[in-house]
Design a protein around this ligand. Structure first.
Ligand SMILES: NC(=O)c1ccc[n+]([C@@H]2O[C@H](COP(=O)([O-])OP(=O)(O)OC[C@H]3O[C@@H](n4cnc5c(N)ncnc54)[C@H](O)[C@@H]3O)[C@@H](O)[C@H]2O)c1
Length: 281
């Protein structure tokens, strides 16, 4: 009987380790972004913890300021830095990337987590429907979610392509996959992120740079809990999937799409919603 050749593909260890990677996670001073930064650090990446300003982590009581949050995340041989800037502003975005690359090295993982249904005044738009939302709120929500994601990708993806190395994870939402009211413009901005991701993934394919979306359902972040009425049954963390996500469940999906465990996956949407949005599509 002929010898069976060892399967070289299976012999390669794909540990998901991010040792040697430089990750920039936008909006990671608090909320899901913070848990994602924590997860990437635990896998060995050097991580730039970013937020709009130093005070963002304190807004819902998640940390004293960005510098303290970034310092607390550093562990072992991993480096973490704090960087600030408004991701809806092209110059600020260029400055964020410049700072990260001069202090940590070239970005190999970009997670565009900054966003949310936050209007012009920094609170949830009200009214918030398809035709009654103010134009100031509509523009603010669209810029905060879609334009910011596009600006960061424009600033980082060409360098990744030139180096033939990189993974980008953008952020969608359940609201971007099904009809909603209120939060309509927010849902539209998230749907736009999904399509932009597919198109950028197509452009980046020859260079081997992967671009995907993680699309959460409702997840228990401090802002989520502070800005909406929650269903007590959905707060329980039992075996049922009929509940809100905990941030670590979203972070695990981001880590998968950022690592070599997803090395042949690009242009996809990974919905992390416990099946809450199941429908035929
Ligand atoms: N929590 C949920 O239930 C949920 C569900 C679906 C999608 N999401 C998405 O997940 C991401 C994180 O949400 P979260 O719940 O952690 O909210 P969060 O408010 O805690 O975190 C968002 C972060 O983005 C930052 N940010 C907002 N606008 C910015 C700007 N212009 N420039 C720089 N930073 C800016 C905020 O300061 C904050 O740190 C968002 O994109 C949100 O739309 C959240």
């Amino acid at each position: 009987m002929a010898d069976i050749a060892p399967n070289s593909e299976l012999a390669v260890q794909r540990s998901g380790s991010l040792k040697g990677a430089v990750a920039l996670v936008t909006g990671s001073g608090r909320g899901l972004g913070h848990t994602i930064a924590e997860k990437l650090v635990s896998l060995g990446a050097d991580v730039a913890v970013h937020d709009i300003d130093e005070d963002a982590p304190a807004q819902y009581g998640e940390g004293p300021n960005l510098t303290a949050v970034a310092a607390a995340l550093g562990c072992g041989g991993t480096r973490t830095i704090g960087v600030t800037g408004d991701v809806t502003d092209e110059e600020a975005v260029a400055n964020i990337v410049r700072q990260v690359e001069s202090r940590l090295g070239q970005v190999s993982i970009l997670v565009n987590c900054a966003g949310g249904d936050i209007g012009a005044a920094g609170t949830k738009p009200n009214p918030n429907g398809a035709v009654d939302i103010s134009m100031a709120d509509a523009m603010a929500v669209f810029k905060r979610n879609f334009i910011s994601t596009m600006l960061m990708c424009r600033a980082v993806a060409p360098g990744m392509a030139a180096r033939n190395k990189g993974a980008i994870v953008n952020f969608g939402s359940l609201n971007g996959h099904q009809a909603v009211s209120p939060e309509v413009i927010y849902g539209c901005a998230k749907a736009a992120i999904v399509h932009y991701t597919r198109c950028l993934a197509l452009e980046m394919r020859p260079a081997g740079v992967r671009v995907n979306v993680v699309s959460p359902g409702p997840a228990k972040t401090a802002r989520f809990l502070a800005t909406r009425t929650t269903d007590p049954k959905m707060m329980e963390e039992g075996p049922s999937l009929d509940r809100y996500a905990v941030p670590g469940e979203i972070a695990d999906a981001v880590a998968f799409l950022a690592s070599d465990q997803s090395r042949f996956i690009s242009g996809q949407v990974l919905r992390v919603d416990g099946g809450i949005g199941l429908y035929a599509a």
